[in-house]
Structure formats: C-alpha cells, structure tokens
Design a protein around this ligand. Structure first.
Ligand code: NAP
Length: 246
C-alpha cells in the first residue's frame, strides 16, 4: 500500500474518530497527505497527529454550513494542497419511531449527512474538474438500501446520498472525476460493543456472514475505490455489510 497515493491530497470529513479515522489512517499509510475535518478543532488536530507520514493537518468545520465548508476548503488547499480525494464520511443519527420523530431531528440528519456531503462535493469538485482528476467517496449505509425502523431520517439521508453519488458521477465523468459510495452494514463501534450478549446475537442473526464488520473493513473498500485499480468504476455503491443487502 505504501507509496500508492504519494503526492495526493485527501480530505476526510468526520475523520477524528470511528470509520473516518480508519480511512484517514489508511490514506496516510498509502502516503497521501490527509486533511482531517471534524466539528471540533482539537479532536481533528489530535487525529491528524496520529496519522503516519508528514503534511497531515486537522481542520474544524461543520459540514452542514456551506460558508464554513468553503472557508475550510480554501484553508486546506492553501495549507495541505489541492484536494484530489474527498471522503464524505461525517454522519449523525437522531433515531426515533416515525410518529415520535421531531422536525428538528429529521432536518438535522439531512443537513449533516446529505447536505454536508453536497457542500464539500460542490466546493472540492471545482478544482478537481479544472485539473481533470479527482475521486469522491460518499459513506452511505446499508440502511439507505434496505431501510430500518426508527431511522426514517437517517435512511432518507443515506438513500439521498446514493442518488447524489450517481448524479455527480454522471455529471463529472467527462471531467475525469469519479464518484462512488460505500455502504457499510453493522460496524463494530463503542456503541455496538455496549450491547448486551442477547442483543449482539440478534444483530449477528441478521448478517449472512454472521459477524459485525470493523472500521478497517470499510477503509479497505475505500482504498480500493480511490486507487488506480478502480479507474474504470464510477457511480457505484460498494456494500461492506457481510451480505445484508444483496
Ligand atoms: P462516529 O464515530 O460518530 O464519527 C463521526 C464523526 O463525524 C465524529 O468525529 C463527529 O464529531 C463528526 N461529525 C458529526 N457531525 C459533524 C458535522 N456536522 N461536521 C463535521 N463533523 C461532524 O461515526 P462512525 O460510526 O464512524 O460513522 C462514520 C460514517 O459511517 C457515518 O456517515 C455513518 O452514518 C456511516 N455508517 C456507520 C455505520 C456504523 O455501524 N458505525 C454503519 C453504516 C454507516 P463529534 O463526535 O465531535 O460529534
């Protein structure tokens, strides 16, 4: 892997922890310079300091705020370099049953998960199109493909992200820019670690491969899609879900 992305600049939103941090680590291990974007400056900077190689930096930005996104992108291009690889990973949940879901819980999830990806894609695509080179990966979810009770807002945001992926892929293909989505299933996180044994058994029962995935499983799929081996792949959704959606 080392050296595969030498000279490239990658931007990972929500890169301070979880799946985003695993992706940032994998990109840095392949010698990309990585801009870690997260809502808090100190966690973004701490994550960037954890990455291998040099030239990585952390930036604070709320992805849902278009002006903040434009400001962060300008600062990243000035301090790290023109963005070749954009990973739209920042995401939140505000789960509740349909009848109990508040307007603000619906709006906030769409604003971060869907509009946030739009904001960064629009900002970064300008330079990518000019340079006739670029890769965009949107981190969707199995829930955007098959739905989930209690996640009307989240599933809508992730299904929207898949539609956006395909539209961006069609619009930018002639300018040398590829855009794909990765759709993780149940990924082992502190949240899933806290589940009871019975809850874990029930969860695994829904996964054909019978086990939860890891953040590194998602990062591996991203690394394939951003690299030269995927040069002829755009507008696709790669599921990393142990076979949940098939
Ligand atoms: P996570 O651990 O909660 O990390 C998300 C990161 O994004 C956090 O550092 C968070 O900062 C940051 N963030 C939240 N809102 C933001 C905003 N408005 N602007 C900038 N940064 C923001 O999440 P994860 O589990 O790694 O998930 C990463 C992505 O994978 C998400 O898009 C999620 O929907 C998707 N996914 C996850 C799973 C799973 O099982 N974990 C499954 C399918 C899809 P704070 O913590 O400071 O708020």
């Amino acid at each position: 892997m080392s050296g595969r992305l030498q000279g490239k600049v990658a931007l990972v939103t929500g890169g301070a922890r979880g799946i985003g941090l695993s992706i940032a680590k994998a990109l840095a291990a392949a010698d990309a310079r990585v801009a870690v974007v997260d809502i808090l400056a100190d966690t973004a900077q701490a994550a960037a300091a954890e990455l291998s190689g040099t030239g990585n930096q952390g930036f604070s930005c709320n992805v849902a705020d278009p002006e903040a996104v434009q400001g962060a992108l300008s600062s990243i291009e000035e301090n790290v370099g023109p963005v070749d690889i954009l990973i739209n990973n920042a995401g939140i949940t505000r789960d509740n049953l349909l009848m109990r879901m508040k307007n603000e819980d619906f709006d906030e999830v769409i604003a971060v998960n869907l509009k946030g990806a739009f904001n960064f894609t629009r900002a970064a695509a300008r330079g990518m199109m000019k340079r006739r080179d670029g890769v965009i990966i949107n981190i969707a979810s199995v829930v955007g493909l098959i739905g989930n009770p209690g996640q009307t807002n989240y599933a809508a945001s992730k299904a929207g992200l898949i539609g956006m992926t395909k539209s961006v892929a069609r619009e930018l293909a002639s300018r040398g820019v590829r855009c794909n989505a990765v759709a993780p299933g149940f990924i082992s996180t502190p949240m899933t670690d806290a589940l009871s044994e019975d809850q874990k058994i029930a969860l695994k029962g829904r996964i054909p491969l019978g086990t939860l995935g890891t953040p590194d499983d998602v990062a591996s799929a991203v690394m394939f899609l951003v690299g030269p081996d995927a040069r002829y792949i755009t507008g696709q959704v790669l599921s990393v879900d142990g076979g949940m959606a098939m």
